[in-house]
Ligand binder design. Structure first.
Ligand code: NAD
Length: 476
């Protein structure tokens, strides 16, 4: 594909100056090369941070209504380029085209619009007693993002950072950087002051670490694995910068004994298998009362039998390929591990030819459900990041809550019940950043983020915007 080079620095596109191998982006459905980019070099990181530092002063003086208008125009421009963006992310990640359109692009647009609305409504000055509390931009933000929702995760940081009057240096995942190049083409077209938004394509170890350690970067907003997040927090501590972390998850879906079984099973599988299971907030542990286990298992078998694994561009496909060969290996090794730990295979399993697709060379796996899983098993504790659901039977609601909270993660969750009040009471006892009651829909204006090893800080809407301000108290 004809594409700009992977770096946008101080208002100009540049090929990377970094040494070592190029960054090769593969088509998940065919394992063929889509594009190879030269990685950014240390000199480019220096120039990007210096440009951001300089531009931040100019950008923060731009009046709020103009910043709101910039965000709204960016959202409109992405909407106009929906097909192209969706096709690129379908290749980078393996998302089905339909999902790429509705979620990868759709949620990105909703996130930018939600941020614009939040900025329009937020008072930048507030009065407390004799004090004027002023919201001031944090300064220069470094954003580091993963591959599974490549532009959504960038705009969940870029939109509020720019809204608050910060400048930003974005380092997207080296697995899926192409959609960010398209995003930055649209940012370029809007004519921000040069240096306000910069893009560096590089690896975590080189560009990511240098961005985190840089003394002129005031804040790092990171989304990715818990392991990398912990390392980033430690590195950032040396310069005492602000750090926001959106990390992994192992979210529980708790079915109460009065729940609609079909609805709860199908809702859970829909979440678990969405984006091929490559979703941090996916519901991956189904906690069911033993009294309903047989009925739940029958429903799971029927529902999984309907799941079409295949080419992401085929509209019938529900689960496309994994993003990479590494991801496919991880998923298959966890299925094997679960069986060796004593889980029973309810649906799926390891196949030589998932969905009849492996001849095509893509990174396909078979959507799988393991049952009779105990909460202490590794398959119930570790993030698999693929279409694998574990079913954990429990005796009662107390045990269900205990199992739901028996995780080092705390990102999301679900409760299903015929009685909404009862479900909400259980939702309040689950220690996570979000809980869906009876399939309650995701909102791009409500706070998203985790507790425990799922991270800290919140993204989206007013809550995400607040992360990019410092408060100054002027005593009068
Ligand atoms: P990853 O942690 O390997 O990489 C994420 C990003 O960090 C990449 O851009 C990478 O280059 C960079 N990076 C890696 N090590 C770094 C370091 N030491 N210093 C600086 N940068 C570094 O994660 P991934 O494999 O790309 O994504 C999958 C993970 O992301 C999963 O664990 C998933 O749960 C998590 N995730 C979390 C959320 C959330 O909002 N909580 C959303 C999506 C994904």
């Amino acid at each position: 594909m004809a594409l700009r080079p992977g770096n946008y620095i101080d208002g100009a596109w540049e090929a990377g100056t970094g040494s070592g191998d190029g960054i090769t982006v593969l088509d998940s459905a065919s394992a063929t090369v889509v594009e190879t980019l030269r990685p950014a070099g240390a000199d480019q990181l220096e120039r990007a941070v210096a440009a951001a530092r300089r531009a931040q002063r100019e950008w923060s003086a731009v009046p709020v209504p103009e910043r709101v208008a910039f965000l709204r125009r960016l959202a409109d421009r992405l909407a106009a380029r929906e097909d192209e963006l969706a096709a690129v992310m379908s290749k980078e990640v393996g998302s089905t085209l339909a999902f790429s359109r509705s979620v990868q692009v759709g949620l990105s647009i909703a996130t930018i619009r939600g941020t614009a609305d939040a900025l329009a409504e937020l008072p930048l000055d507030e009065r407390v007693d004799n004090v004027t509390v002023v919201r001031e931009p944090v300064g220069v933000v470094g954003a580091i993002t993963p591959w599974n929702y490549p532009i959504y995760q960038v705009v969940a940081k870029l939109a509020p950072a720019l809204a608050a009057g910060c400048a930003i240096v974005v380092k997207p995942s080296q697995v899926a950087p192409l959609s960010s190049v398209l995003l930055f083409e649209e940012i370029e077209a809007l004519g921000l002051p040069a240096g306000t938004a910069n893009l560096l394509t590089g690896t975590g170890r080189v560009i990511g670490e240098a961005l985190v350690a840089h003394p002129d970067v005031d804040m790092i907003s990171f989304t990715g694995s818990t392991e990398a997040g912990a390392r980033i927090a430690a590195t950032a501590a040396a310069t005492v910068k602000r750090v926001a972390l959106e990390l992994g998850g192992k979210s529980a879906s708790v079915v109460l004994d009065d729940a609609d079984v079909a609805r709860s099973v199908r809702g859970t599988l829909g979440s678990c298998f969405s984006n091929g299971g490559q979703t941090c907030s996916a519901l991956t542990r189904l906690v069911v009362p033993r009294s309903l286990q047989t009925e739940v298992e029958a429903e799971i078998r029927a529902a999984v039998a309907e799941v079409v694994v295949g080419d992401p561009s085929d509209p019938r496909t529900v689960v496309g390929p994994m993003a990479s060969a590494e991801q496919r290996e991880t998923v298959n090794s966890y299925i094997e591990l679960g069986l060796s730990e004593g889980a029973r295979l309810l649906a799926g399993g390891i196949s030589d030819d998932p969905g009849g697709r492996s001849g095509g060379g893509g990174y396909y796996v078979t959507p799988t459900v393991l049952t009779d899983v105990k909460s202490g098993m590794r398959v119930a504790q570790e993030e698999i990041f693929g279409p694998v659901l574990v079913v954990i039977p429990v005796d009662d609601t107390e045990e269900a809550v205990e199992v739901a909270n028996d995780s080092e993660y705390g990102l999301s969750g679900a409760v299903w019940s015929g009685d909404e009040d009862r479900a909400v009471a259980v939702a309040r006892r689950i220690r996570t950043g979000q809980v869906a009651v009876n399939g309650g829909a995701f909102s791009a204006r409500a706070p998203f983020g985790g507790v425990k090893k799922s991270g800290n800080g919140r993204e989206l809407g007013r809550y995400g915007l607040e992360e990019y301000f410092e408060y100054k108290a002027i005593r009068l």
